[in-house]
Design a protein around this ligand. Structure first.
Ligand SMILES: CCCCCCCCCCCCC/C=C/[C@@H](O)[C@H](COP(=O)(O)O)NC(C)=O
Ligand SMILES: Nc1ncnc2c1ncn2[C@@H]1O[C@H](COP(=O)(O)OP(=O)(O)O)[C@@H](O)[C@H]1O
Ligand SMILES: [Ca+2]
Length: 496
């Protein structure tokens, strides 16, 4: 890290600023007051007289709870040439930082979260990009999957150093699908084959939180704050991230980067989609309703445990970008290659099979921390280790399930309960007890919630339906039977 230390400021105090955290530098016209970005800065009279030349450095200031803010410090000099030399040197140093983006493609979801995406971008993010001399091409999406399809087919990606989305986890997922699909197509990789090794994307994806859960942003940056995320993007912070691919009968369905949840989170999402007008509060409403219905689902979970890794889901350590722990997330290429060539069938050595009745089956490939649960679904999950934490919550009483849920919001261990188990896995598959027919799948794909016609184990009651749906990063998958593989380092996220 290179440091520039300045010894004279307008108050005569010294100030150290790391070059890697400088956002911009500009000369000031001290004589006639300082007009800067529309704001007037008042210079103390004494120092203005003594030092007639000045320049201002904007830099990242670390505030409370992972928040970053942009701060300015103004330096005064006696000679104009010296002042210019400083400005030029700083500019050269900034240009030499190759990890910083210069041209960004930005997609804004105007309907995400509280529908504030455009305002958040215009008021909080765009001025910072301008300050840092980043040029942008902004697209406000007109419909769902607009960003995904534009990225996959039309976008001239060569012109950009990265893509940024303003929205929630669903919007981030659109970017992942657009970019990963395009990369595979360009490299002749068939996404439908679960054994195919996927090619990593070269462009990074940035996320400005403006959604409902903002779990991907919160779990990587540590907070869902648009200014903090914009600053991470500007300074070029990078974080590789695991991507899970989801298949059904050798057909590719979707990618997932945060949560794949069947049962509780699937049912909650299916119910909440019909209440989008409520905004983020729909998850509270539907969560409560789903909790009361207390449906469980029968099926078989098979998984390939990750035996060659550091750590377990019960560790007390936390993985977040910018933390020392990050080194754990860097696997060698060799291991990566081995992971990508593993096959998906349970007869292969090492697979485990668990049958049962489950209230929830969750696969968290990162902690899934969010404002509602700051430690997340799997607090010790790693962002980029090629594994996902498979959490199985077996049928239990409502009271016990509530205890389990509430532990996500407290310091107590949500896995330390007899009906909960957690495994760190490379791959898994789920097969519901009863096979879904094609007509059932069609019905579900057309948005109709299907309850089993015959509740086979309980003929006299209308309790649990045979199938739930999968919640895949906030999108509903109609198929109950899925195969999942976790890929290491497929995308880089801007934190950056
Ligand atoms: C009764 C008390 C219950 C407290 C339970 C707290 C557990 C909260 C754990 C939430 C983990 C959410 C993981 C993130 C999923 C997102 O991908 C998805 C989509 O987010 P988006 O709407 O796109 O921002 N959101 C949800 C709620 O499914
Ligand atoms: N212009 C648009 N109109 C309607 N839906 C959109 C638009 N742009 C994106 N979407 C979709 O909105 C859904 C939710 O977006 P997201 O940004 O994740 O917000 P939230 O966190 O509130 O769910 C995603 O499935 C995305 O595909
Ligand atoms: Ca992981």
């Amino acid at each position: 890290m290179s440091w520039l230390t300045f010894f004279i400021t307008s108050h005569g105090t010294s100030h150290g600023v790391s070059v890697s955290e400088i956002l911009a530098v500009r000369e000031l016209d001290v004589d006639c007051g300082t007009k800067d970005d529309g704001r007037w800065q008042k210079m103390p009279q004494k120092s203005t007289e003594a030092y007639p030349y000045a320049f201002t450095v904007s830099y990242v200031e670390r505030a409370w709870q992972h928040r970053w803010r942009c701060s300015d410090v103004t330096f005064h000099c006696l000679e104009g040439a010296l002042c210019q030399q400083w400005v030029q040197t700083i500019r050269e140093q900034l240009t030499a930082l190759t990890s910083r983006p210069k041209h960004l493609l930005v997609y804004i979801n105007p309907y995400g979260g509280k529908q504030q995406g455009e305002r958040i971008y215009e008021q909080k993010v765009a001025p910072l990009f301008t300050l840092a001399s980043i040029s942008t091409h902004v697209i406000v999406t007109e419909h769902a999957n607009h960003a995904r399809d534009h990225l996959r087919t039309e976008a001239e990606l060569k012109k950009y150093d990265g893509v940024v989305c303003v929205g929630g986890d669903g919007m981030f997922s659109e970017m992942v699908h657009g970019l990963v699909s395009r990369t595979q197509r360009d490299n002749g990789v068939d996404q439908n084959s679960p054994e195919e090794k996927l090619v990593p994307c070269t462009l990074r994806i940035g996320i400005i939180p403006a959604g409902s859960t903002d779990c991907i942003c919160y779990a990587t940056v540590g907070i869902n704050d648009p200014v903090t995320s914009a600053l991470h993007i500007i300074v070029g912070d990078a974080q590789p991230m695991d991507v899970c691919s989801v298949h059904h009968n050798n057909t590719f369905l979707r990618y997932s980067v945060s949560l794949l949840g069947y049962g509780f989170y699937g049912d909650m999402l299916a119910d909440s989609e019909r209440k989008r007008w409520m905004g983020p509060a729909r998850y509270d409403f539907s969560g409560f309703k789903t909790f009361l219905t207390h449906h469980y689902y029968e099926g078989t979970v098979s998984f390939l445990p990750a035996t060659d890794i550091l750590g377990t889901p019960r560790d007390k350590t936390r993985c977040r970008a910018g933390y020392v722990l990050l080194y754990k997330c860097n696997l060698s290429n060799n291991i990566h290659n081995q992971l990508c060539s593993l096959v998906l069938y349970p007869h292969v050595w090492g697979w485990r099979v668990i049958r049962g009745k489950f209230l929830a089956i969750n696969a968290a490939s990162m902690s899934c921390a969010c404002p509602r649960s700051p430690k997340g679904l799997s607090p010790a999950a790693h962002l980029a280790d090629g594994t996902t934490d498979l959490i199985l919550v077996r049928k239990c009483s409502r009271f016990n399930f509530l205890r389990h849920l509430l532990r996500h919001t407290s310091k107590y261990d949500q896995f330390d309960m007899t009906f909960v188990e957690v495994h760190r896995v490379r791959r898994f598959r789920f097969t519901p007890r009863y096979c879904q027919s094609d007509s059932e799948l069609d019905l579900r794909e057309n948005g109709k919630r299907l309850f089993s016609q015959i509740c086979r184990d309980h003929p006299a009651c209308s309790c649990s339906p045979a199938y739930s749906s999968w919640n895949c990063d906030g999108e509903i998958l109609p198929h109950a039977a899925i195969e999942v593989g976790c890929f290491y380092n497929l995308i880089g996220v801007h934190l950056w």
